[in-house]
Design a protein around this ligand. Structure first.
Ligand code: TYM
Length: 327
């Protein structure tokens, strides 16, 4: 069975960008692939989170992953730091990665800009740890959103370099994009992201979401309800694309164009449709939250399987690069 691997950072709660851009595919692909899904807490350290907040976020994100439909009996769900081989392999790969390749990473530039007081070395070598995450499980495919494509290109380049220097070892991991590879934020200007504060949380209630939607950008040319709108340029209408049936979307588009449907009503319909997805996820999350021992057991089982697979890879890597003493 071919392998997939993917990860999510425990920085705050999951949002619908994570869900539509990645998790939907995690759930779909777990049936066809041997899947490894990780809560990447070592990556989150690059933002120097409060220790208690990080511990809480790891659990909440794991709950979100499971509540979204990832089945721990099918997929291996684990916390990155429970598998020490990630950092060991990251070091080996760092020694193969030219400085210039990391200098080109746009996420490094973005993040440095975002946290100028904490431009640490971990932030710089972040994509190498991400490559280690993937190749440690010799994954063939990686379901992610569009923002991870450059990191995946680097991962492929690193695999080619490793295979060239030390002999064929890893497959080149291919990106699997969902049909929502770049969900925009409520500001309608940048992608939905925890750090931009423009997100709709996966665990939010319908009321909380509606409150956020009220202030969200729509067609900028539609100032009054009586103005005719252009659904194609409206960010809210783009969300309908993910949550609303085609027939209702056609009605909404016609109502918007003729100014018979106002933006608030359009937002209410969206909120209702989103709730049919978020509601059951929230319920499953509450159930998981009420049984913390069960979650511990799932993550321990996941880590044990991940460690076993990771160790197989590391034995091969150590032998190839010349680590370990042999007579
Ligand atoms: P992270 O935690 O930022 O996001 C998790 C996943 O959600 C996707 N995503 C989005 N997709 C569409 N629209 C959006 N607005 C949006 N925002 C986030 C991301 O593309 C990602 O798939 N570096 C990674 C985590 C990581 C990883 C890995 C991923 C670490 N190791 C190994 C894959 C394989 C990150 O920060 O994702």
């Amino acid at each position: 069975m071919a392998r997939i691997m993917s990860g999510v950072q425990p920085t705050g709660n999951l949002h619908i960008g994570n869900y539509l851009g990645a998790l939907v595919n995690w759930v779909r692909l777990q049936a066809e692939y041997d899947a490894f899904f990780s809560i990447v807490d070592l990556h989150a350290l690059t933002q120097r989170p409060d220790p208690e907040a990080l511990r809480r976020a790891v659990r909440e994100v794991a709950i979100g992953v499971l509540a979204s439909g990832v089945d721990p009996d099918r997929a291996t769900v684990f916390v990155q730091s429970h598998v020490p081989q990630h950092t060991e392999l990251a070091w080996v790969l760092m020694c193969l990665t030219p400085l210039g390749d990391l200098n080109r990473m746009t996420q490094f530039k973005d993040k440095s800009h975002h946290q100028p007081e904490n431009v640490n070395t971990g932030l710089f070598t972040y994509p190498v740890l991400q490559t280690a995450d993937i190749v440690l499980y010799r994954a063939d495919r990686v379901p992610v959103g569009e923002d991870q494509e450059q990191h995946l290109e680097l991962a492929r380049e690193t695999v080619r370099r490793f295979n060239h220097v030390y002999g064929e070892t890893f497959p080149e991991p291919q990106v699997v994009k969902s049909n929502a590879p770049r969900v925009m934020g409520l500001d309608g200007e940048s992608k939905m992201s925890k750090s931009r504060n423009n997100e709709i949380g996966l665990f939010e209630t319908a009321d909380e979401t509606m409150q956020k939607l009220r202030g969200a950008k729509t067609d900028p040319a539609r100032l009054r309800k009586t103005d005719k709108g252009t659904p194609e340029v409206c960010n809210i209408f783009s969300y309908h694309g993910f949550f609303t049936s085609e027939s209702q979307r056609e009605e909404i588009a016609a109502g918007c164009r003729s100014a018979q449907l106002g933006c608030v009503d359009c937002k209410k319909m969206l909120c209702q449709n989103m709730e049919t997805v978020k509601g059951p996820i929230r319920e499953r999350a509450a159930e998981l939250r009420s049984k913390p021992k069960d979650l511990d057991a799932i993550l321990e089982r996941g880590a044990a399987r991940a460690r076993a697979e990771a160790e197989k890879t590391m034995e091969m890597v150590r032998a190839r690069v010349g680590l370990g003493v042999r007579a």
